[in-house]
Design a protein. Sequence first.
Length: 344
Amino acid sequence: MFDNIVGQETAKKILANQIEKEKVSHAYLFHGQCGVGKTETAIAFAKALNCDRGSGCGTCTHCKRVERFVHPDVKFVFPVPSAIQADALVELYETGKESHFRFPFSQRASISIDTIRSVSGETYLKPYESRWKVNIVIDADKMTQEASNAFLKTLEEPPSHAIFILITEHPQSLPLTILSRCQSIRFRNLSREEIEQALKARGVEPSLTGVLARLASGSLGRALRSNKSEYMEIRRRLIDGFLALGKKRWETVIDLSQWLVDECDRWVFVEVFLSLYRDLLVLKEGLDTLVQNCDYISELRNRAEQCENERVAGSLKRLENFAAAFEININLKVAFPPLLSALC
């Protein structure tokens, strides 16, 4: 049933027991950081619920359709910018299958009340060809207030054949009225050993698995993304810029700022820079084994010796605030230079 899910034994056991005893809930909340198996588990659960053999066999018609995202009784809901027209959603749905419907939109994305009303209305209809209608809501915390209110009405009186799976990294952002009506299942961070084994099973170069597992911060998805050559080149350039900051090489910093505005994925920038400043704090405490960017540990030691704890902590706070500002579509051309000049 969940053979392809790495780790998450507690979550898998809970769901498997409920299917076996035929005591499934009408609403679930799968929460944990990105890349730890929430969506993959939701898909496997949907397969098992509607499987001809009741086990998520992977070979029956229902399982194959769920796996190809074409099952009429298994729907995916995901946030999109309000500017996207309805006729473009079909194309998004097709292109988003590989990324599990997570898109690097430059504009703020949300789940609208119209989307929720459409899903709720269809949910009340009987399943087309299986026992359960399963709705998987990606990034459920991005429902608008109006959408949350409309969704709550469906959760209060769900159809007997309906199951909702809400997936989020930020459960605290959902209304308590929705949280209280969902069975909460936490997906923990994966261990380095679990990530290393998963990477080896996927044919990743053995010499890289240790570094990638450290960079992953408990997320297999992040480790797999980091294994791509283009990501590693971007990371190298960001680390060069980080080291230039420490040496006050302002010409390099100005070039970095321009590159960040024109080309670099802002989320990759935040992810890499946060990991570097956290490594500085770790090294200042003498905890070398916890360093994520272990392939740059010598350079990081030198930077740690140059920075005071307060300045490193202040830089981390600025980066976290900067990441939070993405949600309101800040002007990167204006925001990057002062941010970089304020970092230690």
